[in-house]
Design a protein. Structure first.
Length: 506
């Protein structure tokens, strides 16, 4: 609980300290050389694109604060999981065919699979290049644009992949650990030291049509006092007395601990965000949200709570104001729990224009989010000027996801609000989102950012440091991670300066 009750004074002291720690060392000759080299690469990126990618791949990036476990895992890894669990694949839609229990005669009968129509093994799939290519186009965004084929809408394609992932992961908890070890290795290869991951949803949620009707009625009439009464009664009379509530929390915390223990060490740190689905019924969202806040309040490994899934889906749109009131209520019950919320992952044409005018505003002003994920529709919001000032003054960072915003929303280059946030002094963090679905990595988005928006090297260092400053780590851990990042930048700049000296001789 000490993590939850740190004083504002300590937080302000840390911010001042972290700014000093990660400030660019202007008197360091290596820094000056690297800065000049970077400027040359950016000025002539047409001839030096490969050099710029090399530079950014080697550069320390601090953390990745917006990452989904299921969407970050590549389809190739899921195929490994499917084979390991002795499952099969449906030829028609590439869904996973459920296996028989290991103690059944069917499980151990190699001829049994032949009796199932339209199925194939992972080995058979991998031996057929055409079919394997089709599989990747269903389980990720691979080849979506580079040749003709039947296509769904980009947002439907992107979000539709996730239903496949959960099917195989439910078999064996060890798959989570195996997947996290792969993600850790990939992160370290591109010099990421910290990940804040949306891992799995809470261990408990419950349906209740009466709650749904009462909560929707109260928010529609604007009777917030009545809504809070509905919330309180539901917690006291339905959630807390349910034995599955305590069981769900226990199983969730056990999984988080086992996964963290398998991954964390002196060179890498993993923390988790619990989350709810905005496309569930109100009772399911609220019960899961209460569980998620309880989990985050009691665990140093669960550092925050989020809300996920397609923001333009009918339920997400119709219940948006209700969800914001749910978050506000939870923040009052658990004032020490941080929240990072998907908000404004929308653009013109996806929804009616009037529905673009308030999502980020309400996430900040009503739900009191500590960070915003995406925030793409800021230019459409009625209160955008006031909101930008508030985010700047309260240090509410925005998590920028350039690749997924390009694919899902078709928003990139000057249409993207990245520069708008930056120019208004809002803290910006560059994040990867779902690199397994998008088939990219964090370095790719750093390259996009530099090439599209003319970022200076000092600004680049600042954005990398922001990924630690605006993380949900406790203050002591932030200090440690910032010191590690500062040391890594010093080593990086010395290495690049040596490379420059070597190449200039040829």
């Amino acid at each position: 609980m000490l993590r939850k009750t740190l004083s504002l004074l300590c937080a302000l002291a840390l911010f001042a300290w972290s700014s000093a720690v990660c400030a660019s060392p202007k008197d360091d000759p290596s820094h000056a050389k690297v800065k000049a080299y970077f400027n040359r690469l950016v000025a002539d990126a047409g001839d030096h694109g490969a050099e710029l990618r090399l530079f950014l791949n080697l550069m320390p990036k601090g953390g990745d604060l917006h990452q989904h476990f299921t969407g970050t895992t590549y389809a190739e890894t899921y195929l490994d999981f499917i084979k390991k669990e002795n499952c099969w694949i449906n030829k028609r839609d590439f869904s996973v065919i459920l296996r028989w229990p290991k103690d059944s005669k069917e499980y151990n009968n190699p001829d049994y699979q032949k009796t199932l129509p339209d199925t194939l093994s992972v080995d058979k799939l991998r031996s057929d290049n055409k079919m394997l290519s089709d599989f990747f186009m269903v389980w990720s965004d691979k080849d979506f644009y580079n040749h003709y084929h039947d296509q769904t809408a980009p947002d439907v394609q992107f979000f539709g992949t996730f239903a496949n992932f959960s099917t195989i992961l439910k078999y064996d908890g060890a798959l989570y650990i195996e997947g996290l070890k792969i993600l850790k290795n990939r992160a370290q290869l591109e010099n990421v030291q910290y990940i804040e991951q949306m891992f799995v949803s809470p261990g408990y949620k419950v349906t209740n049509p009466d709650f749904d009707a009462q909560a929707r009625s109260a928010v529609a009439s604007g009777n917030i006092a009545q809504l809070r009464s509905v919330f309180q009664n539901f917690i006291q009379n339905v959630v807390k007395p349910d034995p599955n509530f305590a069981k769900g929390m226990s199983s969730y915390n056990d999984r988080v601990k086992s996964c963290a223990d398998a991954v964390n060490d002196d060179t890498f740190t993993l923390r988790f965000q619990s989350y709810v689905s905005r496309n569930d019924s109100p009772a399911e969202v609220f019960s899961a949200l209460y569980t998620a806040f309880c989990e985050a309040d009691k665990s140093d490994l669960v550092v925050g709570v989020n809300i996920v899934n397609a923001e333009n889906a009918p339920t997400a749109m119709s219940d948006y104001s209700l969800h914001m009131q749910m978050f506000r209520y939870m923040k009052e019950l658990f004032p020490g729990v941080k929240t990072s919320m998907h908000a404004g992952e929308l653009t013109i044409g996806m929804v009616r224009p009037e529905e673009l005018t308030f999502h980020i505003t309400d996430a900040v002003m009503v739900a009191q989010a500590d960070r915003i994920g995406h925030g793409v529709d800021i230019g459409y919001e009625v209160k955008a000027p006031e909101l930008l000032s508030l985010m700047r003054d309260k240090k509410i960072a925005v998590e920028i996801n350039l690749t997924s915003n390009d694919f899902i929303l078709g928003v990139k280059n000057g249409e993207h609000p990245f520069r708008l946030y930056l120019d208004h002094g809002v803290p910006v963090v560059l994040t990867s989102d779902d690199e397994g679905v998008s088939r990219n990595n964090l370095t790719d988005d750093y390259l996009n950012m530099v090439q599209r928006y003319g970022i200076t090297y000092d600004r680049l260092r600042e954005i990398a440091a922001n990924s630690i400053r605006y993380s949900f780590l406790n203050e002591k851990e932030k200090q440690r991670q910032l010191a590690i990042l500062d040391k890594r930048f010093a080593d990086f700049e010395a290495r690049i300066a040596k490379m420059i000296a070597t190449t200039s001789k040829h």
